[in-house]
Write a protein that binds this ligand. Sequence first.
Ligand SMILES: [Zn+2]
Length: 264
Amino acid sequence: MSGRAQGPIPHFYFPAVSSQNRAQKRHTERAGPRPNACYTADVPATWSPESLSPEASLLRLQTGNRRFLEKGAAISSRVFRPELAEQPQCPFAIILGCSDSRTPVEILFDEGFGDLFVVRIAGNVVAPSVVGSIEFAASQFGTRLVVVMGHTRCGAISATVKALQSGNGPESRNLRAITDRISPHIAELAHTPGLEMQALLRESMRVNVRASADHLRHGSRLLEELVLAGRVAVVGAEYELETGKVHFFDGVPLSNSERPPHPK
Ligand SMILES: [Zn+2]
């Protein structure tokens, strides 16, 4: 399995390839020593044969969330380690989450320093700088899984629903820069007669997650090419504030699929 990758982008440089065992060990050791290098500056690494597959990355997130739920979280991974400053970063997943203070990404996946490349913005909306951040991580660090993670009781979703139903958006144009990115996706839902508010908010959150995931899959040439080539997967998820559980519900590889949560 080791060796330089063949084919589609032959001009890409691949970091020195060690044995498959060593690569596997590197990605599964949670708090162990870091590799000396997982990418070389100026070199896209997403095609590296050493990079962890999207399926394996997702499994690690699912396992980490289970550990968190079982309250067996290994906080050793969150112990400060100054030696990381001397090493290149090698996150195994990119997470686009909401800024909500109740959704601390590393904690709820039971991960620590250097494990996750996290972009947080209210409503987990996709703005150009968000796309740029994700392109950067995907191309530079060989990170092959992108998760867009919404959450229940999201204030950005509530504010957008309220604006749509009342006809009055936020006064601040900066706040509108967020709600205006959510509105087009949930406008129809927000005006659906007879829909109970909690169900409306939850479905709106999911629709918004799907829209952000689609935007990442198709709104960036770099990401789209990586997705089409099977080198990167973009998955949608929701974090349940009420239970601590993360449900992956959009774009999930079959091998990682779990029973979908009951709608509330
Ligand atoms: Zn939120």
